[in-house]
Design a protein around this ligand. Structure first.
Ligand code: FMN
Length: 179
């Protein structure tokens, strides 16, 4: 069976964001497993305007084409006002079928591990028919980043990250049979 394609989606787009460091960490650990094709998918590169505010046919097409190549996702989620970022919500709203019947894991961060944002995302993923898995690495802004914003993850997150990836691949493979 061919390897699944898993997109590691960076949920924030602001200048100075922390998400690229977290995405790179996930990709490094994931690549060492050699069990799927993992790639970082940076929402910022797609320059999606707020949905409905401008003609974004070209950007929307490119975004949907990228999602169509993927069998599952790892969302890098940061907490903004107890929810997900507006840029991630906007990117989610830009596709429908391209999300459907795929699996997803969540890696979140915030003052309480980004837990509130992660739970909001789960509700949205249900509507998009994305099967989000239970295991969820939740990173602390206080202990997993230093005072300069450098990512210094505690070792304990490795177990959760690998457990989450195991579930994303298992469900991703099963759901592929539905598409
Ligand atoms: C508008 C805004 C709202 C935020 N609200 C919360 C919050 O409710 N809870 C929390 O834990 N962190 C909150 N934060 C802190 C962010 O989680 C933190 O800045 C994080 O690094 C943002 O992700 P990013 O660096 O990838 O953009 C907020 C940050 C911003 C910019």
């Amino acid at each position: 069976m061919s390897k699944l394609n898993i997109g590691i989606i960076l949920g924030s787009t602001r200048e100075g964001r922390l998400s690229p460091q977290v995405g790179e960490w996930v990709k490094k650990i994931a690549d060492e497993r050699n069990d799927a094709n993992y790639e970082i998918v940076d929402i910022a590169e797609y320059k999606l305007p707020l949905l409905g505010e401008a003609d974004a046919t070209e950007q929307a097409t490119k975004w949907n084409e990228k999602l169509n190549t993927l069998d599952g996702f790892v969302f890098i989620v940061q907490e903004y006002n107890h929810s997900i970022s507006a840029s991630l919500k906007n990117a989610l709203d830009y596709a429908r079928e391209a999300w459907n019947n795929k699996s997803a894991g969540i890696v979140s961060y915030g003052s309480v591990g980004g837990a509130r944002a992660a739970e909001h995302l789960r509700g949205i993923l249900g509507e998009l028919s994305v099967a989000d898995v239970r295991v969820h690495p939740a990173l602390s802004l206080f202990t997993d980043f230093d005072s300069n914003g450098k990512f210094t993850p505690a070792d304990l997150h490795l177990t959760n990250l690998n457990g989450m990836l195991d579930q994303v691949l298992a469900w991703g493979g099963a759901l592929k049979t539905l598409r």
